[in-house]
Write a protein that binds this ligand. Structure first.
Ligand SMILES: [Zn+2]
Length: 462
């Protein structure tokens, strides 16, 4: 497989550190809120990469962290009158709900920053001992960017240019405006942990260095994240990790492109900030997954109602082919053209793999699946042997599963609840809205909510 390595700025043949194994780390969410569609893109893209490696026979260790301590966490917890830990617990659960619905498999490990404070302190201490970092009188510890000659290599910037644009916050006690905090001394009302520099908490960049190396080792295969993380986050991770160990950190750096909404940047002021939870009210989230994969991950992607609607139609096409294979008419004897069709099945797999091997080109891979769907529809338009149908279904399903687009078992509901839902549908059909509302209330009493969407009514546990 060839992947575009941000570090070398070219597509490179991927050769894992250990044969048959892939170690990868992706920067995860700060768990202070529901995540939005911009966050969803890397979750879906790198989940697909992980699925692809598994399908190609690799044993994958995939780590994605939860940032559960930072300024945003502290502010939100204070607003809600709960502890930072409670806030983190809550939004980690909410993350899993949305990620599951997007078909994002659980990572091998989802470490929380607050569970790795010892690793973080040890790493900061090493950097201080080696002269790459210094404690300030206020209890902060800073990384000195001038002390490590490789600084800027990922983003291709030099320190002098960066310094010219740097803003200095007078509350920070840095020696140089580009230096960044590894450890932050405690301010009143903030959660804190004991350290050699007094009570405090980790900076954001150090947590990813500490957690990735603690779980994957000092050098590992792939580090991934959104393009916006290249500088300063990933640049700083490299500076911390490589200065501390003297060894190369991640060997391949992968970054996904931006997401726009109606051709504009997503921003609070434009009020075009959609959380995945919002979208789930209207669409099956597999539609969002297909939408994200319809563009190669490094290209920008534009989110709009029209494009999501197109993705919904596209998903329907892929699923219909699966349904037709499931219900295909069976024949005892093979028709004349059957063997030729079966011989051609491996061709779809080859083309699919070629697309994915070319820097995870999911757009082309989806194109192959649409061709496959069309051919399968035609194939089962007349009776086929059971063996031929099964073989086709297996080949098609395998590729659909790599993209995470196979239908998943939905939550199961008690029969009583399903019956009520059906009665409500009937009432609505008869325009008996009073009765429909009554049933809605009845369901609520049983602990279930109904969400009406374009695909029909969906039940949710309250
Ligand atoms: Zn990170």
């Amino acid at each position: 497989m060839y992947i575009y390595n941000t570090m070398t700025r070219k597509k490179e043949l991927f050769v894992p550190q250990r044969e048959g194994q892939v170690s990868m780390y992706a920067c995860g969410p700060t768990v202070y809120n529901f995540f939005h569609i911009g966050n969803a893109r890397p979750f879906i893209v790198f989940d697909t990469l992980r699925r692809y490696y598994e399908y190609r026979g690799y044993q994958v260790t995939f780590v994605q962290n939860f940032t559960d301590i930072d300024d945003k966490m502290i502010r939100r917890a204070n607003e809600e009158g709960i502890t930072v830990k409670e806030l983190g617990d809550r939004f980690i659960q909410e993350y899993y709900k949305d990620a599951d619905a997007l078909g994002v498999k659980r990572a091998t490990v989802n470490p929380r920053a607050t569970e790795h404070i010892d690793d973080i302190i040890r790493l900061v201490q090493t950097l201080v001992d080696k002269g790459y970092a210094y404690p300030a009188p206020n209890g902060d510890v800073y990384y000195s960017v001038h002390s490590w000659p490789g600084y800027g290599k990922l983003s291709g910037q030099n320190i002098e240019d960066l310094e010219n644009g740097a803003r200095v916050d007078p509350s920070e006690q840095k020696r140089d405006p580009m230096d960044f905090a590894l450890w932050k001394g405690q301010k009143p009302g903030e959660p804190a942990w004991p350290s050699p520099w007094g009570m405090g908490r980790p900076g954001w960049h150090i947590e990813c260095s500490a957690m990735s190396m603690a779980i994957l080792g000092t050098s590992f295969d792939i580090h991934a994240g959104g393009q916006d993380l290249i500088f300063p986050h990933h640049e700083n991770e490299i500076a911390q990790s490589e200065a501390a160990t003297g060894l190369p950190f991640a060997r391949y750096w992968m970054h996904n492109g931006f997401i726009n909404v109606d051709n504009q940047k997503m921003s609070k002021s434009l009020n075009n900030f959609f959380t995945v939870r919002d979208i789930a009210k209207e669409y099956d989230l597999d539609v969002v997954r297909l939408f994200m994969l319809s563009v190669q991950y490094r290209n920008p992607i534009n989110f709009s109602r029209a494009l999501i609607q197109q993705a919904a139609v596209a998903l329907q096409r892929l699923r219909t082919a699966l349904d037709r294979l499931q219900e295909a008419p069976v024949s005892e004897t093979a028709a004349e053209d059957e063997q030729a069709f079966l011989d051609g099945l491996s061709g779809y797999k080859t083309r699919f793999n070629e697309a994915m091997d070319d820097d995870l080109n999911t757009a082309d891979a989806l194109g192959v699946l649409f061709d496959f769907a069309r051919a399968a529809n035609t194939f089962v338009s007349e009776p086929r042997t059971k063996a031929a149908i099964e073989q086709t279904k297996a080949a098609y399903g395998e590729l659909l599963e790599v993209l995470g687009l196979m239908p998943r078992k939905k939550e199961e509901f008690p029969q009583e609840v399903l019956d009520l839902l059906e009665q409500r549908q009937a009432a609505r059909k008869n325009k008996d809205y009073a009765r429909a509302d009554e049933i809605r209330e009845q369901l609520k009493g049983l602990g279930y909510a109904i969400e009406d969407s374009r695909q029909g009514a969906k039940l949710k546990k309250l």
